[in-house]
Design a protein around this ligand. Structure first.
Ligand SMILES: Cc1cc2nc3c(=O)[nH]c(=O)nc-3n(C[C@H](O)[C@H](O)[C@H](O)COP(=O)(O)OP(=O)(O)OC[C@H]3O[C@@H](n4cnc5c(N)ncnc54)[C@H](O)[C@@H]3O)c2cc1C
Length: 412
C-alpha cells in the first residue's frame, strides 16, 4: 500500500459515460471514489449510441444489460432521403445483421448515462462511504508527487488522491492541467456537429433513421425511446470558428443558415431548435495523446482519444476503457503508476481503431456543393447495397471488433 494506508482514493473529473462507468466499477470493487462534474445535474441529450462487440461485452460484464433493454431504441435501419422525403438508399439493421450503421442495441447517450448513474447509486448504497459524487464543481489545479496528487476545486475543499482520472470529455481540463494545452493534442476535422431532441414529424417513416445531404450540411432525424420525440442530427462542413464555442445564439444562427430551404423536414427541425433544452453543439475534433498515463494522472474516454461523433465509436471506447482501467486499478491498488501504465498499453489498440471514421472524413459525409451532394447520393446507393456487407461491417465495428483482454474487475 502507499502512504494512504487504506484502499486507494480515486478522483474522477467528469460524469459522462466514461466517468460514470469507471466510478461504478471502482465503487463495486471497494475503491474510494470522488466524481466531480461541472454541470449542475446529470447531462441529458445525445443521439442513440450503439453497443456491439467488445462494448456490448463490457455492458454485459457490468450487469447493466437488463436496464439498457428498458431504454433500448427500436431502429429498423438507416435511410437517405431527397428534398421531398423520397428514399434513395437504405441500410436495414436486419440485412446487415445488426453490424451496419445501425446496431442491434441502440440507446440514447443520455439514457445510457442514466442507467450507469442508477447502477452507481445502487452500488454506493450497498457500500456507504465509498462514493462522493459532486455536481456543479470542477478542478482548478493538480500537483502530483511520488505518493499522491493534490487537487484543488472551484468550490469544495482541496484533497489528496492516489489517482486522478480525466474523464472530462474532448476539451478536457484535466488534460490541460496535467498534460498540456489542447492545441497540442487536437486536430480540427473540418466541421461541427449538433444534436437535439425534437417532436417527431407526423409523416416520418416510423423507426427509421433518415438522413439528407445538402450543400454544406448533412442532417437527419433519428428515432427516440418515446415515439413522440426524435433526435435531430446535423453535421456542417466549414472552417473552424472559435467564436461559436459556448455561444448558443451564434450556433443557432449557423444551423438556420445552413438548412433553411433544405426541403424535407428542415422547417420542423428549425422550429424545434429554438425550444431545445438539450442542444449539444461542438466542433469535430480528433484527440491524440501519445501516452494517456502521466504518473498518477490518466485520461479516459474522449479526453484521451477521440475521432469525433463521425466515428460513432466514442461511447464504445469509453466503456471499454472504463472497464480496463478499473481492472488495472483494482489489480494493483498499491502501485498506481504501474496500473496506469499497464492500462495505457491495454487501451491503445482500441483507441486507435475507435478513431477511424467509417467511409472517410467530413468530405465524404458532408457535400460542399450541389454537384458533391449528387455524388454523395450516388455513392450512398452503392454503399447501401448488400454486396458491400463485409466492407460495411468492418467500417462500423471500429475497436469493438477487437477481443477484450482477459482481465476482470473484482467485486468487494
Ligand atoms: C450532452 C452530451 C451529448 C452528446 N451527444 C453525443 C451524440 O449525440 N453523438 C455522439 O457521437 N457523441 C455525443 N457526445 C459525446 C459522447 O458522449 C462521447 O463521445 C462518449 O460517450 C465518451 O464520453 P466521455 O465520458 O469521454 O465524454 P463526455 O460524454 O463528453 O462527458 C464528459 C463529461 O465531463 C464533464 N466535464 C467537462 N469539463 C469538465 C470539468 N472541467 N470538470 C468536471 N466535469 C467536466 C461534462 O459536462 C460531461 O458530463 C455527447 C456528449 C455530451 C456531454
Amino acid at each position: 500500500m502507499n502512504d494512504f494506508d487504506r484502499t486507494p482514493r480515486v478522483l474522477v473529473s467528469g460524469a459522462g459515460i466514461a466517468g460514470l462507468a469507471l466510478a461504478l466499477q471502482l465503487v463495486r470493487s471497494g475503491v474510494h471514489t470522488t466524481i466531480v462534474e461541472r454541470a449542475a445535474a446529470p447531462r441529458p441529450g445525445g443521439q442513440a449510441v450503439d453497443l456491439r462487440g467488445a462494448s456490448r461485452e463490457v455492458a454485459e460484464r457490468l450487469g447493466i444489460m437488463a436496464d439498457i433493454d428498458r431504454y433500448r431504441v427500436h431502429e429498423e435501419g438507416m435511410s437517405y432521403v431527397d428534398g421531398e422525403g423520397r428514399v434513395f438508399g437504405r441500410m436495414s439493421m436486419a440485412d446487415f445483421d445488426g453490424e451496419g450503421a445501425v446496431a442491434e442495441i441502440e440507446i440514447a447517450r443520455g439514457d445510457l448515462a442514466q442507467v450507469l448513474l442508477d447502477a452507481l447509486r445502487t452500488a454506493a448504497d450497498a457500500a456507504p462511504g465509498l462514493l462522493d459524487l459532486r455536481f456543479g464543481d470542477r478542478l482548478t489545479a493538480l500537483t502530483q508527487d511520488a505518493t499522491g496528487v493534490d487537487a484543488e476545486f472551484e468550490h469544495a475543499a482541496s484533497g489528496r488522491f492516489d489517482i486522478v482520472v480525466g474523464a472530462d470529455g474532448v476539451h478536457s481540463l484535466t488534460r490541460r492541467l496535467a498534460f498540456g494545452p489542447e492545441e497540442q493534442f487536437a486536430t480540427y476535422l473540418g466541421g461541427y456537429a449538433a444534436f437535439f431532441t425534437m417532436p417527431t414529424p407526423v409523416d416520418l417513416e416510423e423507426n427509421w433513421f433518415a438522413m439528407r445531404f445538402v450543400p454544406g450540411a448533412t442532417f437527419g432525424i433519428r428515432p427516440d425511446l418515446d415515439p413522440a420525440t426524435s433526435k435531430a442530427i446535423l453535421t456542417f462542413r466549414m472552417d473552424r470558428d472559435p467564436s461559436l464555442r459556448g455561444d448558443r445564439t451564434a450556433q443557432e444562427a449557423l444551423i438556420r443558415e445552413r438548412i433553411a430551404g433544405a426541403g424535407w423536414h428542415a422547417p420542423v427541425v428549425l422550429e424545434a431548435l429554438g425550444a431545445a433544452s438539450d442542444l449539444y453543439f461542438d466542433e469535430l475534433v480528433r484527440i491524440d495523446v501519445p501516452d494517456v498515463a502521466n504518473g498518477r494522472v490518466v485520461l479516459l474516454g474522449d479526453a484521451a482519444s477521440c475521432g469525433s461523433p463521425m466515428t460513432g465509436q466514442g461511447t464504445a471506447t469509453a466503456l471499454i476503457g472504463a472497464y480496463l482501467l478499473a481492472a488495472r486499478i483494482a489489480a494493483t491498488p498499491d502501485d498506481a503508476p504501474g496500473a496506469l501504465r499497464r492500462y495505457s498499453a491495454d487501451i491503445a489498440p482500441f483507441a486507435e481503431k475507435g478513431k477511424e471514421i467509417p467511409g472517410g472524413g467530413i468530405k465524404r459525409m458532408v457535400p460542399a456543393t450541389k454537384f458533391e451532394a449528387a455524388m454523395s447520393r450516388a455513392m450512398t446507393r452503392v454503399m447501401f447495397s448488400k454486396a458491400m456487407l463485409p466492407l460495411v461491417r468492418r467500417m462500423f465495428s471500429g475497436g469493438t471488433s477487437l477481443p477484450l483482454p482477459d482481465v476482470a474487475v473484482p467485486v468487494a
